[in-house]
Design a protein around this ligand. Structure first.
Ligand SMILES: CC(C)(COP(=O)(O)OP(=O)(O)OC[C@H]1O[C@@H](n2cnc3c(N)ncnc32)[C@H](O)[C@@H]1OP(=O)(O)O)[C@@H](O)C(=O)NCCC(=O)NCCS
Length: 177
């Protein structure tokens, strides 16, 4: 889907294809060097394009989860995932989301458009509750999530441990649909 951003430029939010494998690997490994809010240390995300292609094929075949990528000015600059937290009946009203946008492209509204696509997917799947975990110091992400109506429902202390021995807490956030 093509969206116009607040600065008048446009972004396409779409499902990935296997041709995007290299770009997705690059986004994830670059983002790991750009901030302290993601799951891995820099250099920890190691895969091959072939393996990533297989992962994308798996995602595209899965009814219970999906990915979206953001294509901006001819290149992929972001990726997100949305999927049921578990597949059994008692959990099928709950989905979780995760987002990453390369630093140079943050703040343009691209994350917001990805969130809109995720919410659309959730509504189609009759999900009634969207959940995420976010480092408590991640102001940019918190601002976006609050803007979409997510509320903090709890805090997990020491959720992440960094190489220097310090820790970060995470909020659990929930948005009801
Ligand atoms: C967090 C992240 C995904 C946000 O994406 P982004 O493209 O930078 O964010 P956007 O420009 O779409 O949104 C930022 C602002 O628009 C607001 N916004 C965007 N769409 C909105 C909407 N539809 N409704 C309400 N508010 C909206 C957000 O609240 C936020 O407000 P602010 O101006 O007060 O900061 C991105 O910065 C990122 O990838 N960061 C690094 C990795 C990361 O932290 N991932 C999240 C881990 S939990």
């Amino acid at each position: 889907m093509l969206y116009t951003l607040k600065n008048g430029t446009s972004v396409t939010i779409r499902k990935p294809t296997t041709k995007d494998a290299q770009a997705i690997v690059s986004i994830i490994s670059t983002a790991d060097t750009e901030n302290l809010f993601l799951a891995r240390n820099p250099g920890e995300f190691r895969t091959t394009v072939e393996r990533e292609e297989a992962v994308i094929e798996g995602v595209l075949a899965d009814e219970d989860s999906t990915w979206f990528v953001a294509e901006y000015e001819g290149r992929l600059v972001g990726q997100c995932s949305v999927g049921l937290v578990r597949r059994s009946q008692r959990y099928r009203h709950r989905a979780e989301v995760a987002f990453v946008i390369l630093k140079d492209y943050q703040g343009l509204g691209i994350g917001g458009k990805m969130m809109e696509e995720c919410i659309k997917w959730c509504r189609e799947k009759e999900v009634t509750q969207i959940e995420l975990d976010v480092v408590t110091a991640n102001q940019k992400a918190l601002s976006m999530y609050r803007g979409f109506g997510f509320e903090v429902t709890g805090t997990l202390p020491n959720a992440l441990r960094y190489t220097d021995g310090t820790y970060a807490d995470e909020y659990k956030m929930v948005k009801r649909l």
